[in-house]
Write a protein that binds this ligand. Structure first.
Ligand SMILES: Nc1ncnc2c1ncn2[C@@H]1O[C@H](COP(=O)(O)OP(=O)(O)OP(=O)(O)O)[C@@H](O)[C@H]1O
Ligand code: NI
Length: 369
């Protein structure tokens, strides 16, 4: 997607949710969308298949391309066909995907029949296969169970089975494990990871959990206030976080030594709840956004230049071509911070971090990576 802008109509006036978000997800790749609550992760992911419109939102500008087609130009009927077929969603709450009055087997079989012209009997057999594949114990025995007879983790597995029924090319999972017990979380993540590599699926994973990102992502998109702050391979973003916001996010990770003694509090959402409330961001209501960098007020490295003009565009970070696999696309590491302007000094950001000596300026970045 490129330069995606979206807004919601609310009683208090339009709310800007996305202010120009660009990223791609390639086949066989996992891209994680991270950022604190209200940063626009869900809106960005749901805009792909037009779910945002269904939610009272409007994608007002930008481009969404899937397989060379501009999704925003597709009529709703075609979009609906694409959704759930080539592109499937898994949500935080499996309850929302399951109908309480039908057995899980019936629901998975229906999902199969939606995408493939097969008999009911064949669909049921495939449903059992799918349920087996997502790790539901004794699928043949449990296929006539109703959702309420299953645990949350099992329900999410069923929801994933339904999402996979159409053999999607792109699976969009929005906080798919947040509602689950910690032990179940990692099982479900491992499952997504396996299914993804098995099927060469593209996976867009929305999460506020940087531990999940580290485990799952090939590439990371860091959102703040409806804008991309930083984008790069998981390797680059974790090894050399460049936007002050990303650095603050990582700083807040337990077990990671703090560098931002500045008191910048960046919290990717402690309650783990997906929120759709329109409150929370004072800057969100429409009208002119405050000039300059959106993160300025919370940034320990803000300078006068950060007050001017628009939010900075994405600049390449020094040494970003040195990704381990030499893959050019994966090597793209960019941050929207004035200190990464061609005439800027990234050392202002990196240099303030005594715990990361090797990141001290760009000069030795090439040698240490
Ligand atoms: N239905 C809606 N009506 C009005 N505003 C909305 C609606 N849904 C989202 N927004 C606004 O859009 C912005 C982005 O929301 P979004 O749900 O994408 O955030 P998020 O990053 O997914 O957060 P969370 O981690 O809480 O799920 C927020 O300012 C939010 O208030
Ligand atoms: Ni969300």
């Amino acid at each position: 997607m490129s330069d995606l802008r979206a807004r919601f109509r609310t009683d208090a006036g339009p709310v800007r949710a996305l202010d120009g978000v660009s990223f791609d997800v390639a086949r066989g790749e996992t891209v994680c969308l991270v950022g604190e609550s209200g940063s626009g992760k869900t809106v960005a992911s749901e805009s792909i298949t037009g779910l945002v419109d269904a939610d009272g939102g409007d994608v007002v500008a930008g481009e969404l391309r899937f397989d060379g087609r501009d999704l925003r130009a597709l009529p709703e009927s075609e979009l609906r066909a694409l959704r759930g077929d080539r592109i499937a969603h898994v949500f935080q709450n499996p309850q929302s995907a399951l109908n309480p009055v039908y057995s899980i087997g019936w629901q998975v079989a229906e999902a199969v029949r939606l995408h493939a012209d097969v008999s009911k009997r064949e669909a049921r057999t495939r449903a059992i296969d799918l349920l087996d594949r997502v790790g539901l114990p004794d699928p043949a025995g449990r296929i006539d169970d109703y959702p309420h007879e299953l645990s949350g983790g099992m329900k999410q597995r069923v929801a994933i089975a339904m999402a996979l029924a159409g053999e999607p090319d792109l699976l969009i999972a929005d906080e798919p494990t947040t509602a689950l017990d910690v032990t179940i979380q990692s099982q479900v993540l491992r499952l997504l990871d396996e299914l993804q590599s098995e099927r060469e699926m593209a996976l867009l994973l929305v999460t506020h959990d940087l531990g999940v990102v580290a485990e799952m992502a090939d590439r990371v998109v860091v959102l703040y206030d409806g804008l991309v702050m930083e984008r790069g391979s998981v390797y680059d973003v974790f090894e050399r976080p460049s936007h002050p916001y990303t650095r603050a996010l990582l700083d807040a990770l337990p077990g990671r030594r703090g560098f931002g003694r500045s008191g910048t509090s960046a919290n990717a959402g402690t309650d783990g709840q997906h929120s759709t409330s329109s409150s929370g961001r004072s800057s969100a209501t429409d009208g002119d956004p405050p000039p300059g960098c959106r993160f300025r007020a919370r940034c320990p490295h803000a300078v006068d230049a950060c007050r001017e003009g628009e939010h900075p565009p994405l600049y390449p970070t020094p040494g970003s071509e040195s990704a381990p696999d030499g893959d050019a696309a994966a090597a793209e590491h960019v941050a929207s911070c004035v200190h990464f302007r061609p005439d800027g000094d990234p050392g202002v950001v990196y240099g303030s971090d005594p715990t990361e000596g090797e990141a001290n300026a760009d000069a030795d970045a090439g040698e240490t990576r």
